[in-house]
Ligand binder design. Structure first.
Ligand SMILES: O=C(O)CCC(=O)C(=O)O
Length: 293
């Protein structure tokens, strides 16, 4: 008995028993390991859907569609320009990766040579002295027609598609550089005739193309988003409300006018001071009338 019992764990037949035990252990270990990995991946993907995967899925969906017959001013292909609705009050859209790093660098290169202190449109009776400190960036205007690299033309085309407002309604790009401490206090891009006098045309929308990342600060801010903070004593230097962090190549579009042509007061916006790094951005103001750039 002692022998038999002994054989079970260590006698002559143990030369067969040990490998079996070893392979069984290995099998259960591997099954457990792969099972756990699979389960935890599934858990993670349930919690946080991978945006790039979703985009790829959407792209595959679009490929199923054949382009339709198009008009003489249309195009024979489908376009995807991914965007996120940031807000309905004001109507603001965010476009990740709207431009390439090469395009952003090309625009900065052209602007660098001709920067001057940014200017402001003055209200009736307002003096430059009274507005000192409101807008402290440097900038320059560059039109697509003077850009021999074709970068600004390509960006302008894409903005026209994203807004469905023809290129002819856009002002020249205002390329801005903000250094540490520089800012633009909250303001409207449209001009209220009661404050600025009669206007031949009005700015309907603004498209901001961020040309650089910013280490800290420099966000575009909408203090009145969804009607917040809209009290008469609001301090226009405050960086509160909806903030958009600049990231090279990303675009931000917002509308300053309602569809009936009146000013959307929630479109008040500004640039928070840069705290670390430098901010470069190209603004395109889009008007309700054809404009000379
Ligand atoms: O620099 C920004 O983020 C805002 C620029 C701006 O408000 C403007 O150009 O009107």
């Amino acid at each position: 008995m002692k022998n038999r019992g002994g054989r079970l764990i260590g006698g002559g037949s143990s030369s067969i028993g040990l490998p079996i035990v070893f392979f069984l252990c290995l099998f259960f270990f591997l099954a457990g390991f792969f099972g756990f990995t699979l389960f935890s991946q599934q858990e993670e993907s349930n919690l946080r859907p991978e945006p790039r995967l979703l985009e790829l899925e959407e792209e595959k969906e679009y490929r199923k569609f054949e382009p339709l017959e198009h008009g003489s001013t249309g195009e024979g292909f489908l376009t995807t320009i991914p965007f996120q609705v940031l807000s309905w009050k004001p109507r603001a859209l965010y476009f990740p990766n709207f431009a390439t790093a090469h395009q952003c660098e090309g625009i900065i290169e052209q602007a660098k040579k001709r920067l001057a202190p940014s200017l402001l449109m003055l209200r009736k009776g307002e003096t430059e002295e009274q507005t000192k400190g409101t807008r402290t960036s440097s900038g320059t205007f560059i039109s697509a027609s003077e850009d021999k690299t074709g970068i600004l033309g390509a960006i302008e085309d894409k903005i026209a598609k994203a807004t469905m407002i023809p290129r002819s309604h856009g002002e020249a790009f205002n390329v801005l550089r903000y250094e540490i401490g520089q800012r633009y206090l909250s303001h409207y891009d449209s001009f209220d005739p009661a404050e600025y006098g009669p206007q031949k045309s009005q700015r309907v929308a603004s498209f901001l193309l961020y040309l650089s990342d910013v280490d800290e600060g420099g966000e575009t801010v909408f203090p009145f988003e969804d009607g917040q903070n809209m009290d008469p004593s609001f301090d226009f230097s405050k960086c509160i409300g909806l903030k958009v962090k600049p990231r090279r190549g990303d675009g931000l579009l917002f509308y300053s006018l309602f569809t009936n042509g009146t000013i959307d007061k929630t479109s008040l916006h500004g640039s928070c001071p840069v705290i670390r790094g430098q901010k470069w951005v190209a603004t395109k103001w889009i008007r309700d009338q054809v404009t000379e750039d």
